[in-house]
Design a protein around this ligand. Structure first.
Ligand SMILES: Nc1ncnc2c1ncn2[C@@H]1O[C@H](COP(=O)(O)OP(=O)(O)OP(=O)(O)O)[C@@H](O)[C@H]1O
Ligand SMILES: [Mg+2]
Length: 471
């Protein structure tokens, strides 16, 4: 078959980067204070760094893992982060994503997502897997590089398309190029004049201005300080240059699936992708690898709340992890021994034993009082809330007795309370106020028990009634 496989074009490349820029301006989220794993060069965790506090063992383990991933030493492994709620499992995964850098793909999903997409569970997982594998593609591009000697534009034609000529030179040669309307527009837009050193990409016709030729440095006294001077290029005007770009397998899939086209990448509405398309792409990528044109970069797939997957998904994972093209899969769960979804069997973390056996397990432990204090202080900064030390202590006590999450949630609420009484700093009274206003889980449960008769669907009540009927 003579299908040519497209990878991302320049257009896709730039637009996707733009999208990444957009998400970076995200509002303050639960983990927006996390900027990395906070490790030093020897991969030892600093007490507090990059927004990370404590949980040293798990952070170090994550760091070692990350190093192996960066060196391309592991793929197709799976890691489980296990620990109580609010012990930083998701936070550490986000830290890893930050530390992974731009080139290696990191995909993050909640296990329950696969049940809500308009595609089969296994298709959703396959897409997530392929989103997490990068392909670094080397491409040769042809370009013209030279110093502009002269640009002449025919003024005579009046209406209609403009034409013109441009003379370009290197230290060794000089050539005259005919200019069409498009090129003239591009040159005008970039304000190219004689004496500029420029580069023209032959495929995309994109013009880039490298700077002014040194030979012209004296002509321009008024040029100002921002002028960059470069040497007149040497050798031939036409050059080949190697460019490298990274796309994910999933992006290649989508671009080449005939029903979708690359526009689907932006709508996110990719639908199911035919297995034949994937087979073709795998074959092509394997060919490129052999020819030295492409390199596979296994990234990371993070599946949060992994106990929400069901038995079919788990068995899919068993198999998919052994595939040649597999990313590193990191899962997180806060469950103990619980039922495996889709079966009547129980298992630790709700994960079948045969999958558990393939996992390396990192465990997270509860935080000390000091650590909670530090995390709360970092969150105050992140949310731009000024808080007195006393208030922070009070909040820490609340955090220790209820949960870290609950305490974090009180920060913004208490800031509003402080603003209401025209104070610039949150004080203990504000904390007290919101603590009374918003219940934590324990108080809510006890309150509910007290007033259980007034709630709907009350099991307690039902069982009473059942007893009555039975009796
Ligand atoms: N070591 C840490 N340093 C800084 N912030 C942390 C740390 N651990 C947790 N946090 C923050 O505390 C909050 C709760 O942590 P997180 O969501 O990571 O818990 P989790 O272990 O994923 O819990 P769950 O099992 O309920 O999903 C988040 O806002 C997180 O960013
Ligand atoms: Mg979590």
């Amino acid at each position: 078959m003579s299908t040519s496989i497209q990878t991302s074009t320049g257009l896709v490349g730039t637009t996707l980067e733009g999208a990444a820029d957009l998400t970076r301006m995200e509002r303050i989220g639960a983990h927006s204070h996390i900027r990395g794993l906070g490790l030093d060069d020897a991969l030892d965790p600093r007490a507090t760094s990059q927004g990370m506090v404590g949980q040293k063992q798990a952070r170090k383990a994550a760091g070692v893992l990350l190093e192996m991933i960066k060196q391309g030493k592991i793929a197709g492994r799976a890691i489980l982060m296990a620990g109580a709620p609010g012990t930083g499992k998701t936070a550490i995964a986000m830290g890893m994503a930050q530390a992974l850098g731009q080139d290696l793909p990191f995909t993050s999903m909640a296990a329950s997502e696969i049940f809500s997409l308009e595609m089969s569970k296994t298709e959703a997982l396959t897409q997530a897997f392929r989103r997490s594998i990068g392909v670094r593609i080397k491409e040769e591009t042809e370009l013209i590089e030279g110093e502009v000697v002269e640009i002449t534009i025919d003024q005579t034609t009046g209406v209609g398309a403009k034409t013109g000529k441009m003379v370009l030179k290197t230290t060794e040669m000089e050539t005259v190029y005919d200019l069409g309307q498009k090129m003239i527009e591009a040159l005008t837009k970039e304000k190219i004049t004689a004496g500029d050193v420029i580069q023209i990409d032959k495929a995309s016709r994109k013009i880039t201005r490298q700077g002014r030729s040194f030979a012209r440095s004296r002509d321009y006294d008024a040029a100002g300080g921002d002028q960059r001077f470069v040497q007149c290029p040497e050798g031939e005007l036409q050059k080949r240059r190697e460019t490298v770009h990274t796309v994910t397998l999933h992006e290649i899939d989508v671009i080449n699936s005939r029903t979708q086209g690359f526009l689907a990448l932006f709508s996110g509405d990719t639908g199911e992708i035919k297995p034949e398309v994937r087979d073709q792409i795998n074959t092509k990528v394997a060919e490129w690898r052999e020819e030295g044109k492409a390199e596979i970069l296994p990234g990371v797939l993070f599946i949060d709340e992994v106990h929400m997957l069901d038995i079919e998904c788990f068995s899919f994972l068993n198999r998919a992890l052994e595939d040649e093209l597999a990313p590193v899969v990191i899962m997180a769960s806060n469950r103990g021994v619980t039922r495996i979804r889709g079966t009547n069997y129980t298992s630790p973390h709700g994960i079948p034993i045969d999958l558990l056996d393939r996992l390396l397990i990192i465990s997270t432990s509860p935080y000390s009082q000091q650590e909670v204090h530090k995390i709360l202080a970092i969150r105050c900064e992140e949310e731009d809330v000024e808080m007195t030390e006393d208030a922070k202590d009070a909040l820490t006590t609340i955090g220790m007795e209820t949960s870290l999450r609950y305490a974090i949630h009180l920060i913004t609420a208490s800031a509003l309370a402080a603003r209401k009484r025209n104070a610039s700093e949150v004080d203990v009274q504000d904390i007290r106020r919101v603590y009374a206003l918003f219940l934590d889980e324990k108080r809510s449960v006890s309150l509910m028990k007290e007033y259980q008769q007034e709630y709907m669907f009350n099991d307690q009540q039902d069982s009473n009634r059942r007893e009555m009927i039975m009796g």
